[in-house]
Design a protein around this ligand. Structure first.
Ligand SMILES: *[C@@H]1O[C@H](CO)[C@@H](O)[C@H](O)[C@H]1NC(C)=O
Ligand SMILES: *[C@@H]1O[C@H](CO)[C@@H](O)[C@H](O)[C@H]1NC(C)=O
Length: 391
């Protein structure tokens, strides 16, 4: 109340006690602690007439206080904090003047807790689907990764790891790891894929390979199983290259070309079943350059266009130069895609031009011969003289 307002209230008696609802605040309003730590909250009475007689702490949405919470006077102490203590706490003060309340929030950081569904070990039939879900709680929110024991490869970043159709190869121990700033927790699940006893399991020496055109390539496939499986090689959606041999699971391809790139499949078969393993091969080749046209005859003033083309592994860079000269004519323009352009050739632009095509394997060059003949006027004059001579 401002002073003039008070004075203007006619019934205000100096002796009267005006009861006022208490005004309170909570210190701190938010606290974040690690699991196991202790935290205090203080409920402060800012003002109130008469002073509040009852001060009470309650946990919001909870019928009773957790057993590790102690209230002494205006101070609430939470000792050995645990995840269940997270939430909102409300302090309420009451007096003859009324009541008021204020809230505080407690966050408890904790290392992740992980649960797998189903927990395993899982016994599954070959070809059946399997899906394992990893759920983690923690504060801050944990990140999840799936790994296979004995491998550093991260499997998937999703919460659920799915195998649409399991194979004996998928047998093993899988690990779901959950981590946050408070720690790292992992849970393992064992998956046993029951192929029939003795069923083949095939594996290849390399799942990916890059080779240079013209080289000889060996792909090795090994297979366990009883009786010993028969190993055959094939190529996805294409026949095997004709220059190949397959002996004891080793596929040899000689003088490979770009068309031999693709997926090669090793198939190990015995009476109990079969197993496939894959190798992806890319054949890279140096460029082979050609020029279109490679010989051109123009008149002075005509436009020149030469296109350098190249087969080979991409990316390919093109570079034009002029044989026997330090640089291209000033009016010439060489484009990124291999063109050499001149809007108006001159007599002295005649000569041999060279295109070099380069990729990361090698380079190839091609020459183009440009002949520029005299101005049209000069040709006409020559023709005229000849006509006169004939007469
Ligand atoms: C592997 O062999 C099995 C049994 O002979 C056959 O069913 C399967 O199609 C073969 N796979 C390939 C890729 O040839
Ligand atoms: C080519 O000839 C033109 C005139 O037709 C001249 O201006 C130019 O300097 C010549 N260029 C060279 C490289 O000699």
């Amino acid at each position: 109340l401002k002073l003039d307002t008070i004075l203007s209230l006619p019934v205000l008696s100096v002796s009267a006690v005006v009861a006022q609802a208490p005004v309170i605040s909570v210190e701190p309003q938010t606290a974040t602690v690690r699991q196991g730590e202790t935290v205090n909250f203080r409920c402060q009475v800012v003002r109130g007439t008469p002073p509040p007689t009852v001060i009470e702490w309650k946990k919001t949405n909870s019928p009773q206080m957790p057993d590790n919470v102690r209230v002494e006077g205006v101070v609430m102490t939470i000792s050995n904090a645990r995840p269940g203590n997270q939430g909102q706490y409300r302090c309420t003060a009451r007096s003859a003047g009324g009541r008021s309340s204020a809230t505080a929030v407690l966050n408890v950081k904790f290392a992740p807790k992980v649960r797998l569904t189903p927990a395993g070990p899982l016994r599954v039939k070959m070809g059946d689907p399997v899906s394992v879900e990893c759920r983690a709680t923690g504060k801050p929110r944990p990140t999840l990764t799936w790994k296979r024991q004995g491998s550093t490869l991260q499997l998937v970043t999703r919460q659920t790891n799915d195998w649409p159709a399991v194979h004996p190869d998928n047998s093993g121990v899988y690990i779901c790891q959950a981590g946050n700033s408070e720690g790292m927790t992992e849970v393992k699940v064992e998956i046993l894929v029951g192929g029939r006893v003795g069923a083949p399991v095939a594996s290849v020496s390399a799942t990916e390979m890059t080779v240079v055109e013209g080289h000889t390539v060996k792909m090795v496939c090994q297979a366990s199983g009883s009786p010993p499986p028969v190993i055959t090689w094939s190529k996805l959606r294409a026949p095997l290259p004709w220059k190949h041999t397959a002996v004891d699971g080793v596929l040899t391809l000689s003088d490979v070309g770009r068309q031999d790139s693709g997926q090669y499949i090793c198939n190990a078969t015995n009476v109990h079943g079969y197993s496939e393993a894959y190798t992806q091969m890319e054949v890279e080749s140096p460029p082979y350059a050609t020029c279109l046209p490679d010989k051109v005859s123009l008149r002075a003033g005509d436009a020149l266009q030469l296109q350098c083309l190249a087969h080979g592994s991409h990316p390919i860079q093109f570079e034009w130069s002029r044989v026997g000269r330090a640089s291209l004519p000033a009016a010439a323009e060489a484009t990124k895609d291999g063109k050499l352009l001149m809007a108006h050739v001159r007599l002295n632009d005649s000569g041999t031009y060279k295109c070099v095509a380069t990729n990361h394997i090698g380079s190839s060059e091609v020459l183009a011969k440009v002949t520029v003949k005299g101005e049209p006027g000069l040709l006409f004059f020559t023709f005229y003289v000849e006509v006169i001579n004939c007469i």
